[in-house]
Design a protein. Sequence first.
Length: 207
Amino acid sequence: MEISLQVTDLAASYGPRTVFAQVSLRVERGEVLVVSGANGSGKSTFLRLLAGLQSPTAGSAHYHYAGEAWEPRSASHLIGWVAPDLALYRELSARENLRFFAKVRRVAIDDAAIDALLDEIGLGGRGDDRLAAYSSGMAHRLRYAYALLHRPPVLLLDEPTVTLDTRGAEVVDQVIARQRQHGIVVVATNDPRELRYADLLLQFGQP
Ligand SMILES: Nc1ncnc2c1ncn2[C@@H]1O[C@H](COP(=O)(O)OP(=O)(O)OP(=O)(O)O)[C@@H](O)[C@H]1O
């Protein structure tokens, strides 16, 4: 299925402070856009606009999928979102967290598919442990399973490898490589090692 992202003259402000303005770009299926810049330069804000979690001050972003144009705020079925502040339920197991989020997303997923997802992110065999017993890196891996539940054509990754060890970073490499085969990825990062993912680079200036 075709998927692309068109951003036109996008701007974001908080009160009188403009974070960025006049950002225009296009991301096609199979491409990774990396958004780079200093702390406070607007990377997370840009990603939140693409996720439809907040509205731009000017300009627009649209996904084109299956012959239709979708604004981010009505495109949650197209988007998988990973960010360090994405809350998971500590009192539930990994499997229960995924079942809960699948229900919220109205995705039908059975135990075998959950096991496959947990294997994919290197948490095979740990699905019945409560999140309270997970390390921060393990919890961050689980955010990838959450993002991939509905196999979305768009993955938005804010600080993708924060708290992850070498093996966790390899899992992210694999997730991005697989996503390239059928969709698009946008990565927000200030880790120079993650520039290697970029087919396209959006560089924000000093805040
Ligand atoms: N909810 C908010 N209200 C007011 N200002 C905000 C809000 N969120 C972000 N900002 C401001 O917008 C600017 C960009 O913030 P943003 O979080 O997008 O930057 P970032 O590049 O992701 O930073 P970091 O690398 O630290 O994650 C900063 O000056 C920040 O203080």
